[in-house]
Design a binder for this molecule. Structure first.
Ligand SMILES: [Fe+2]
Length: 462
């Protein structure tokens, strides 16, 4: 019986010197325990806010066949926490072995989940609370060394990331939900300073992936050298205003911009604009967490599939960056030859660096976050919108599945495209320069946009 399902993506849906490991390594074990406890508590507050802001009907209803009922996500968070921390790390008896199958993402596709005998809202809350209490007790005494699963509290970090990933999924369900707004947040910061449209990243080797980041997942490992030729990359994600010119210029009616698979999908799905856009005379509105508002031209475009991103890039005379190019632009520091943990350096993300963690309920305008800029000058690589790359989701050389094959390995292959950088709905705990996300090229409900890249024209660089 398989009860260990992959963390955030359902099966259906979904070296040069490297930077020194994160500051977890330098923490004493007691400080590590208290940091883990803080992360668990902070994360649960977000899950609670996402599930307490709607009534029981909204919790148990399916808002889209693409998504689980929110109450499924909630109990699934507890179920994974029970499996990995209470049972595996803690060696304790199962609390609810009877529900393992219900919350195994591999056993039941999302469209079928509303028909399952799921725990109701009160029961689900009680269950996740019981699990959490046992985990906090365990955290006080669990050894954090001697076994790879617990080294530097990896299993706890994995469970924090898993919950945050489901929180982002629940946020996407909120976006799909009809009805008045229930979530609130401050608007994001404005753009600042003049910015070139694109920057050159000179060719040469860099260190991709990580062997030292303590909570990095198996697919980010190991660190390895990659040679990347000269390329130019946009300094910001593509904006609504730019994308609107593609839409209004007939981009969705011109097969020349689309791949064969992209055009077939555009025809089959009847696409004419990003998801949640609505025409309003000569202009556009968009729906955002229950608000219908004029489309902000300066904000990164959101809710486009890989196919749409690819078609836009071709129309613009560019292309999507490869995953290698994206990571080199985001992490490579030419002054030291090192790869940074984040574009701005090794420091954990703060509100001055990036739009993460649902602090705002939309991307910031293109050109915001000057303090989050990468050494190459590109901004907003972390946060705001997930960025589609042209790359298939594949293992790095030397990959080893850990702690289980279903985490990443079963998703490797050409059917999934890699997304990088996280969105405004991604928490800092589940986002870093080496972090890899993947999804089907038709996905539009995720918080995904893109930026373009291109190869220099002959003679362009002098
Ligand atoms: Fe999961």
């Amino acid at each position: 019986m398989s009860t260990r399902s992959k963390a955030h993506t359902d099966p259906e849906t979904d070296t040069a010197p490297e930077v020194s490991r994160g500051d977890l390594a330098e923490l004493g074990v007691e400080r590590l325990r208290s940091r883990v406890a803080g992360e668990l508590i902070r994360t649960r507050e977000r899950s609670a806010a996402l599930t307490e802001s709607v009534d029981d009907d909204d919790l148990t209803r399916q808002h889209s066949p693409l998504m689980s009922p929110l109450v499924w996500d909630l109990a699934h968070i507890g179920s994974q926490e029970e499996l990995w921390l209470v049972r595996d790390v803690g060696g304790a008896e199962a609390i609810r072995p009877d529900i393992d199958d219900l919350y195994d993402a591999f056993q039941h596709p999302r469209r079928d989940r509303p028909q399952l005998p799921l725990l109701g809202p009160a029961e689900a809350r009680s269950y996740v609370g019981t699990v959490r209490q046992k985990v906090l007790d365990l955290l006080d005494r669990a050894p954090l060394e001697g076994r790879r699963l617990v080294e530097q509290a990896f299993a706890f970090g994995m469970i924090v990331q898993h919950e945050q990933q489901h929180d982002e999924t629940m946020l996407a369900t909120h976006q799909l939900r009809d009805g008045p707004p229930v979530l609130t947040a401050e608007p994001p910061p404005a753009a600042s300073g003049d910015l070139a449209a694109e920057v050159l990243v000179p060719g040469g080797p860099f260190t991709m992936g990580t062997s030292t980041e303590p909570w990095a997942l198996d697919n980010e490992r190991p660190a390895h050298q990659v040679h990347v030729a000269d390329f130019l990359i946009d300094t910001t994600p593509v904006t609504n205003g730019a994308y609107r010119r593609f839409v209004d210029g007939g981009g969705y009616d011109s097969p020349q911009w689309w791949s064969d698979a992209g055009w077939a999908y555009r025809q089959h799905a009847g696409l004419g604009a990003p998801r949640f856009w609505r025409r309003d005379g000569a202009s556009w509105l968009r729906r955002r967490f229950g608000h219908v508002e004029p489309l902000p031209d300066d904000e990164p475009v959101l809710h486009v599939s890989f196919h749409e991103a690819e078609a836009y890039a071709r129309w613009a005379g560019k292309r999507l960056p490869t995953e290698q190019e994206w990571e080199k632009a985001a992490r490579h520091d030419p002054s030291t030859g090192r790869s940074l943990r984040y574009p701005w350096g090794d420091e954990d993300p703060g509100p001055e660096h990036a739009n993460l963690g649902q602090r705002h309920l939309q991307p910031a305008p293109a050109g915001a976050y000057p303090r989050g800029a990468a050494p190459c000058g590109a901004r907003q690589l972390i946060g705001d919108v997930w960025e589609w790359t042209s790359s298939d989701f594949l293992p790095y050389p030397g990959f080893g599945a850990f702690p289980y094959r279903e985490y990443s390995e079963v998703f490797f292959g050409p059917e999934h495209k890699v997304l990088r950088g996280g969105s405004f709905g991604t928490d800092a705990a589940a986002c870093r320069g080496s972090f890899r996300n993947w999804d089907l090229p038709i996905r539009r409900q995720i918080f995904a946009g893109f930026r373009c890249a291109r190869t220099p024209r002959p003679g362009e660089l002098g």
